[in-house]
Ligand binder design. Structure first.
Ligand code: F6R
Length: 605
């Protein structure tokens, strides 16, 4: 959460910072601000609540030139949304921006007697004042002393009044990437802000200091010893981070799913079955384990729920799915015979990262399924399987979810093969069916206009229920989350048989129920559950396969997906559920890509 950018170089710094903040805005958009050295080498701060556009209009009035500065877009943690709480924070000779949470800021406020000095309610400003107290002309010494005193997570970019043209940065947990480019030195909380200037970058190692000047970027340890950065290459292109003519990133990303699936699946096919040799994932990882534990948050966790329902019946070993924020505080029943699969689009979600570290400390084998290359989770897990969705900008995850599923389906197939649950021809057939899901997704995307009318009734309601059985239940969880987060309609997903154990009391006239019935072995049971809610007056939107037999009048709206093997229906169903959420958000005139209170990358607890 919170977007960070810093620049020092020959170009107009304000332009670079503001453009970068627009790219990073999906990380948080409660307020935005920049600080830069002006023509007289004084630090000038401009910050404002609201989106980056607000800040841009204020900055348009500034006339002086700047060549070094830092910028921040905020997702509020400590302290409400106000101009004072916006970053950058000034404290004596220090100006800084921060991503993360300083957990002991209360203690520091007392210890350094800061109460009367604070202009904001933020933990970040406390860190700025503590740094200022330590600053006696040596940024390195002051930063080292600060790090000795603070607890929590941080990515800081710092400027000192008497060091024009210089930016210092340091991080723990919160991500920072940096690069020296033809246009100057750049640092940011993620790659999207660097892509316009460079393809090569390095991930700032934790507890190291980066110094940016107009002509160079240097990395050192806390003692000041030079360290060579480990350079990496970006393989995303700028187009994939732009809207390309779509009105919203979310719609663009929904459209990109078939291609993203191909990118994730095709390079990993050898002789018709999944093969992870190029990912350096050995088969022994899949044969040694006696149980699987999947850990993730939100949408990624829902992908894990689908994987559980898919894997257990084939592999015949226990598959447990944990919410990372719960798992990390448990005393988990995992050991060296457990394969822990960590799923994360960003690779930076703090709870997921902490869960990974806990799993490793229990001796478990860890395999991360991650979209962002070089992210912390990717680097720290024993093995990584990258999904190839490209940058996902809309806060609501769409293509990242379907490629996570594709990766999990591939793993499931390879595991079944190497554990002799699938013959080669069964594994081949599985993969062929997986590939068949791609045109099925394309069909649903092509028909998107037809689905607009679906939401007319939904958007007038306060509550929506989703229900399904087996795999369909796992899909429902994601459908409900998607609807909630961008349309602000309360939505709940139920295992269809469970509804009558209490919640059916809420089904009254016209209450929408989205029933997913694509699993043949429970189809008849599902239809009975649909009848139960229909009998109470529900407005039923029913999702089935093309040739499912459904009696006239059972559903108010009936959407059919192409006939696929039951195990693969999630792919076209995901598209429908995403489109329902998308059109509901549009229908309510909401901000689709940047829904309230959310941020793309959740790097705080
Ligand atoms: C919802 C959504 C979130 C993320 C969750 C985990 O649309 O995007 O629920 O799935 O915050 O994020 P990652 O996958 O980056 O760990």
């Amino acid at each position: 959460m919170c977007g960070i950018i810093g620049y020092s170089g020959p170009l107009e710094a304000r332009d670079i910072l503001l453009t970068g903040l627009s790219q990073l805005e999906y990380r948080g958009y409660d307020s935005a601000g920049i600080a830069y050295f002006d023509t007289f080498s004084d630090i000038h701060v401009v910050k404002k609540i609201g989106k980056v556009a607000n800040l841009k209009s204020i900055c348009a009035l500034e006339t002086d030139t700047a060549h070094c500065g830092i910028g921040h877009t905020r997702w509020a943690t400590h302290g409400g949304v106000s101009d004072a709480n916006a970053h950058p924070h000034r404290a004596g000779k220090v100006t800084l921006i921060h991503n993360g949470i300083i957990e002991n800021y209360h203690g520091l406020t007392e210890e350094f007697d800061l109460e009367d000095q604070l202009a904001s309610q933020t933990d970040s400003e406390v860190a700025a004042w503590v740094l200022d107290r330590f600053y006696e002309g040596s940024p390195l010494d002051a930063i080292r002393h600060l790090l000795e005193r603070i607890q929590g997570s941080y990515g800081f970019c710092i400027m000192f009044d008497d060091r024009p043209g210089e930016i210092y940065a340091v991080r723990s947990i919160s991500p920072l990437v940096a690069s020296y480019t033809h246009s100057g030195a750049l640092i940011a909380s993620d790659l999207t802000a660097l892509i316009p200037y460079t393809r090569s970058y390095f991930v700032v190692p934790e507890h190291h200091i980066v110094k940016l000047t107009g002509y160079k970027i240097s990395l050192m340890d806390l003692e000041g010893n030079a360290v060579s950065p480990e350079m990496m290459k970006v393989d995303w292109n700028m187009d994939s981070a732009m809207k390309n003519g779509f009105p919203h990133f979310m719609l663009k990303e929904i459209h990109e799913q078939p291609e993203a699936l191909k990118q994730t699946i095709l390079p990993r096919m050898a002789k018709g079955i999944p093969d992870f040799e190029d990912d350096r994932i050995p088969d022994s990882l899949f044969t040694r384990c006696s149980q699987i534990h999947i850990i993730a948050c939100g949408t990624a966790m829902h992908a894990g729920m689908v994987a559980k329902a898919l894997m257990e019946p084939v592999l015949r070993i226990p598959v447990t799915v944990s919410i990372a924020s719960e798992f990390r505080y448990e005393d988990p029943l995992i050991d060296e015979k457990t394969l822990v699969m960590i799923i994360s689009q960003s690779g930076e979600t703090i709870d997921t990262l902490a869960a990974l570290r806990l799993a490793k400390s229990c001796g478990s084998m860890t395999l991360a399924i991650v979209n962002v290359k070089g992210s912390t989770i990717a680097r720290e897990s024993d093995y990584v399987l990258y999904t190839h969705a490209g940058p996902e900008i809309a806060v609501a995850s769409t293509k990242a979810y379907s490629v996570q599923l594709a990766a999990l389906y591939m793993i499931s197939c390879r595991m079944a093969f190497v554990r002799e649950k699938f013959t080669r021809s069964e594994a081949k057939a599985f993969l062929t069916e997986l590939l068949d899901a791609i045109p099925a997704m394309e069909t649903m995307i092509r028909k998107k206009e037809e689905e607009k009318h679906l939401v007319t009734h939904l958007i007038q309601q306060n509550d929506v229920f989703f229900m399904g059985r087996g795999l369909d239940y796992a899909f429902s969880l994601e459908g409900a989350l998607k609807l909630k987060e961008i349309s602000y309609i309360h939505a709940e997903a139920y295992a269809a048989g469970e509804l009558k154990h209490g919640t059916i009391a809420l089904i009254a006239s016209k209450v929408p129920v989205i029933a997913i019935a694509t699993q043949e072995h429970v189809f008849a049971k599902m239809i009975s559950n649909v009848r139960e809610v229909k009998a109470r007056g529900a407005f039923v939107i029913l999702l089935t396969k093309e040739h499912a037999a459904v009696e006239e009048g059972l559903a108010d709206i009936h959407i059919r997906i192409p006939d696929l093997d039951d195990r693969f229906t999630v792919f076209p169903i995901a598209v429908i559920l995403q489109l329902i959420a998308y059109y509901a958000s549009i229908g309510k005139n909401l901000d689709v890509d940047q829904p309230r209170n959310l941020a793309k990358s959740v790097t705080v607890e």
